[in-house]
Design a protein around this ligand. Structure first.
Ligand code: GLP
Length: 245
């Protein structure tokens, strides 16, 4: 794991965007794996600028989202279908038909999860952007998720639903379940770029990078991957020992 600490979330986003673009350019067939949430927003904003300034054409890139709520129609503004379209597909000028999000509205979410796992794995190389939850989750792999877990139906913890209630009128509107890529699915990417900012992430970041590899902190499993780059602002890096950043 290579950790870079920047003075602000925007700076961290700019560094992370450069890393993502380098990895994509190095692997012309690689898919772009995308995360939702507040963490990657500075990364996407910088990447959109870079793509525009340098005339990089991402129109032939396939993209895969990490997760989607279950039971939310895709046209709901807080469904990850809608968030990915807004934050990623539009700004990066990807082709919508090449941007995939798990089907959380499927009649059979278990089958939809299995089909998604197969599609992600079949594509081949992937440059994966991820955030981290305050409880150490990646995607919606809550504490307890196995290192070799695959895309599946997961139940969200009360803590995660409370954290995500800021996007909804009340916590009761936050779905209770989601389809999420597994930790094993995420670890199959060739390059993983983790981005985080803010003091609320400091504990999870420190546990993931310096604590034991454990199902209690799903992000700690990233340490067994050969190419993980972590981009932090000072607040989210504040509990790391000095030499790691
Ligand atoms: C969300 C997502 C994750 C995300 C995390 C942190 O619920 N499923 O992919 O990384 O929780 O969210 P945020 O970046 O908004 O803090």
């Amino acid at each position: 794991v290579i950790v870079s600490t920047a003075s602000s979330p925007d700076q961290a986003g700019a560094l992370a965007a450069t890393a993502v673009l380098e990895a994509l350019v190095a692997e012309p067939r690689a898919a772009l794996g995308v995360a939702t949430g507040g963490s990657p927003q500075p990364l996407y904003a910088s990447l959109a600028r870079l793509v525009g300034d340098e005339g990089v054409d991402l129109r032939s890139r396939t993209a895969y989202a990490l997760d989607e709520y279950i039971g939310m129609p895709p046209d709901h503004p807080e469904s990850y279908h809608a968030v990915v379209a807004r934050d990623v597909t539009g700004p990066l000028r990807l082709r919508p038909e090449l941007v995939h999000v798990p089907n959380g509205a499927a009649e059979d979410p278990v089958a939809a999860a299995a089909a998604y796992e197969e599609a992600v794995r079949a594509h081949g190389p992937r440059v994966q952007v991820i955030g981290i939850g305050a409880n150490g989750h990646i995607g919606f792999n809550e504490p307890g998720s196995a290192r070799d877990s695959v895309t599946r139906v997961v139940e969200l913890t009360a803590e995660t639903r409370a954290a995500n209630s800021r996007f909804f009128a009340s916590v009761d509107e936050v779905p209770t379940h989601a389809i999420s890529q597994g930790i094993g699915t995420i670890l199959a990417a060739s390059t993983i770029v983790l981005i985080a900012h803010g003091a609320t992430k400091a504990e999870a970041v420190a546990a993931a990078i310096t604590g034991p590899e454990t199902t209690d902190v799903p992000a700690s499993f990233l340490r067994s991957h050969p190419d993980v780059r972590v981009f932090l602002d000072e607040a989210s890096a504040s509990l790391l020992p000095q030499h790691t950043h």
